[in-house]
Every structure is written in structure tokens, then in C-alpha cells.
Design a protein around this ligand. Structure first.
Ligand SMILES: N[C@@H](CCC(=O)N[C@@H](CS)C(=O)NCC(=O)O)C(=O)O
Length: 219
């Protein structure tokens, strides 16, 4: 059985979406970010990323983490590549080169896009977008993302997908990273293929089911 540690309002959303796409049964162990608990040291606090019980499973103290029949791993995008490889089917690479491209685009998203995208979403989550510092942070991150949007837009012009001509784990991984940038409409105005692709990814039933569960979680 697959166990997913995390909450839907975190990068664990990527793992829950992936499990849904693959139709995998799973047990969800809610582990919340320590900073969201109020007092992580309180006696009655919910299981969180710095709880001793969670650190015993996942020493980095980050969500998501999975335990797949005794195999424990973390790093959301790597977890998805693992699940795709394990369960096969159209979401996974059908050849060595497809798999290499999925890895290439996933690493690109993690290194070139996510650091900027996270700045945008964290500023918004902190309700700091209107402050001078918040505006500067978002403006710098948005500017830094222009090249990435242009690159992905050109790639999507070919087949509408990140790898090959079907929805794969590469689309899912990138869609979750690009989701953090959705407030910056100017980026999407300049990259219509990215806008259409993200909308198509988010129209998938497994994404909608994941988001519906996410909405029910406390903010
Ligand atoms: N690169 C990691 C980042 C994981 C990460 O930073 N997760 C956040 C939640 S989205 C976390 O666990 N933060 C710890 C905390 O806030 O206590 C991944 O993609 O899995």
C-alpha cells in the first residue's frame, strides 16, 4: 500500500494528483507545515513537519514523503517520476529517450522555474503582495520567468505536451510548478500555448478531484 505524508495545501498536492491519475489506492497521513501550527511545541499539536514521529520517517522534515510498501522517499517531482516508472502506462516514458526528456523537463522546472514561482506564491500566501517589498519580489520573479515561459511556449507549439504527444508525468510535474505563477497574467498573455496547456492539465478529472479535496482543508 502507498502512504502519502502531507497535506493538500502543500507540494504534496502533486503526489495526490499523480496517485489520482494512476488510480492508485493510498493512505494519506496528514502532516502539516510546522509554521502553520501556531505552536509546534504544544502538547496537543497536530502531526507536523518537525514532529519527532515524522522526522523518524523523513529526516529532511519536508512534505510530501511517501512510504511505498516500505520504500520511503521524498522530493515531490521525483516521487511522481518514480510512481510513473513503477506503474507504467501512458503517463510514463515508453522509451529511454522519452524517460530522459521527462527527467530533463522536470529538472528544468525544479531548477529554473520553481525558485521564482515559489517567491510569487509565498508572497501572495503571506498577503504581502501589496507591500512595497512584496511588489518588488513579485515583479523580479515575474521578470525572471519570462524566458522560461517563452521556452515552454515554443515546446508546446509542437504537440501541446511537454514530452511526446500525450499527457505524461512531465506535464503534471510542470503544471504543478507553473500553477504557482497563475496570478501573473502578463506571463500567460505572452505565452498562449502555456495558457492553453495549463488549462487542459487542470481540466483533468484527477486534478479537479485533488483540488476539491484541497479546498476542504483549512487554509
Ligand atoms: N523540493 C521539495 C520541497 C518540499 C517542501 O519544501 N515542502 C514544504 C511544504 S510545500 C515543507 O514541507 N515545508 C516545511 C515546513 O514549512 O515546515 C519537494 O518538491 O518535495
Amino acid at each position: 500500500m502507498l502512504t502519502i505524508y502531507g497535506v493538500y495545501r502543500s507540494r504534496a498536492a502533486r503526489t495526490y494528483w499523480m496517485a489520482g491519475e494512476l488510480g492508485l489506492p493510498f493512505v494519506s497521513v496528514p502532516v502539516i507545515q510546522a509554521r502553520r501550527t501556531g505552536d509546534p511545541a504544544a502538547a496537543d499539536v497536530a502531526l507536523h513537519t518537525q514532529s519527532a514521529d515524522f522526522l523518524a520517517v523523513n529526516p529532511p522534515g519536508l512534505i510530501p514523503c511517501i512510504d511505498d510498501d516500505g520504500f520511503v522517499m521524498n522530493e515531490s517531482l521525483a516521487i511522481n517520476l518514480y510512481l510513473a516508472r513503477k506503474h507504467g502506462g501512458p503517463l510514463s516514458g515508453q522509451s529511454l529517450t522519452e524517460e530522459a526528456e521527462m527527467l530533463q523537463w522536470t529538472l528544468w522546472a525544479a531548477t529554473e522555474v520553481e525558485p521564482h514561482a515559489v517567491k510569487i506564491i509565498l508572497t501572495l500566501d503571506a498577503n504581502a503582495a501589496a507591500s512595497e517589498q512584496g511588489r518588488l519580489t513579485i515583479r523580479a520573479a515575474t521578470k525572471a520567468l519570462r524566458k522560461a515561459f517563452a521556452l515552454l511556449d515554443r515546446r508546446l507549439a509542437a504537440t501541446g505536451h511537454v514530452v511526446a504527444d500525450r499527457f505524461t508525468v512531465a506535464d503534471l510535474n510542470l503544471a504543478e510548478v507553473f500553477r504557482y505563477t497563475m496570478s501573473q497574467t502578463e506571463l500567460f498573455d505572452a505565452a498562449p500555448n502555456v495558457r492553453a496547456w495549463l488549462a487542459a492539465c487542470q481540466a483533468r478529472p484527477a486534478f479537479k478531484a485533488m483540488m476539491a479535496t484541497r479546498e476542504k482543508e483549512p487554509e
